[in-house]
Ligand binder design. Sequence first.
Ligand SMILES: O=C(O)CCC(=O)C(=O)O
Ligand SMILES: [Fe+2]
Length: 403
Amino acid sequence: MGVPKLPTIDLSVEKLKTSYLGTCKEVREALEDYGCFVVNYEDVSHQLHESLLSESKKLFDLPTDVKMRNISDKPYFGYVGNHPSIPRNHESLGISNSTILEHVQTFTNLMWPSTGNENFCETMIDYATRVSKLEKLVKRMVFESYGVGEKCYDSHVESSTFLLRLIKYKSPDELNKLEIGCHAHTDKSFLTILHQDEVNGLEIQTKDGQHWIGFQPSPSSFLVMAGDAFLKPFHGYVGQYPAVPLYESMGIDDANIRQNVEAWTTVLWPNNGNPTFCETIHAYSEQLSELDGIIRRMILESLGVEKYLEEHMNSTNYLLRAWANGRLHSANHRVMMTGNEARYSTGLFSIPKAGYIIKAPEELVDEDHPLLFKPFDHVKFLDFYYTQAGQTAPSALHSYCGL
Ligand SMILES: O=C(O)CCC(=O)C(=O)O
Ligand SMILES: [Fe+2]
């Protein structure tokens, strides 16, 4: 089988009029299977596309010390470039709150303090506003398709802000050389919408990790991509978290031991239990833990250290974690540059607003379902998440604000 193709979805007004729910399903399935899809978005005209690219080029032509005035206390929000950890050919600038005129104006004044640049400012705000509408449309369609509709959508939109990143990749210094422009990563946003000039380079990894699919750009094509914040920001998280309504999971400690599963089942079904659930989970965990034991024995024997097996097995707990809903996929992607032309691209990232306090809706908290986390600022939590303590905690969210 050859390399699969990225799904392309028609989100035109006519299509949505005739087949809204069918298209919601297409969007959801594309984000589940590929983590992204291509859309030909008519609301950004050819003229706006051209203006975006020419203003972007003018921005990158400014002296480096001017571009470096774009500072931010958050990683990847300000000027990025000229740093050993960044690929040599990569340079980018972020405009925070890019759908709000005064923020774009402030950025413009920072870059062109004496002359101003009306055209830059107008182009960026127009572009960001139009693309943010696409972001909201996709978000609404995903929520509706999962049946978590209005309430989640409204709170999500209320909690989102749009970072516009303008990016330039210089061509490799030698012809026929392949050079990394952006290392493989997943985005930390809710959703990202990428758009670019005609120079190839963006590649998306398939979910099974087998292929890298090259994105074939055109002036009207946009790549919509699910970011980590939309689906799985927290390892070990349990649920009831309005910013990630599509994610829910539950853990059962030592699920291979019958009494533990029985105790767990009684908590969830206190009146008459749920023998089928208990039996299934226990049998499943027992078989998997046996398989785990066989594999470990084989590894230790092959290393000639099987005498440690018992100690190893005795020191092991089995945590069974079941996920529901967290079915969207955030795709690994990268940029690989060849040829002799620079590449210009833009990403509109929807991200949680700083200062937006996330708390469980009152209707979800009662005596049987006590509050699990203190209300918290998602951006401050992400700051913690990227520290050593956040990265090593079994559940960063519990360490940060668990009750
Ligand atoms: O330049 C591109 O097309 C991709 C950029 C990207 O993935 C990012 O900035 O997160
Ligand atoms: Fe990215």
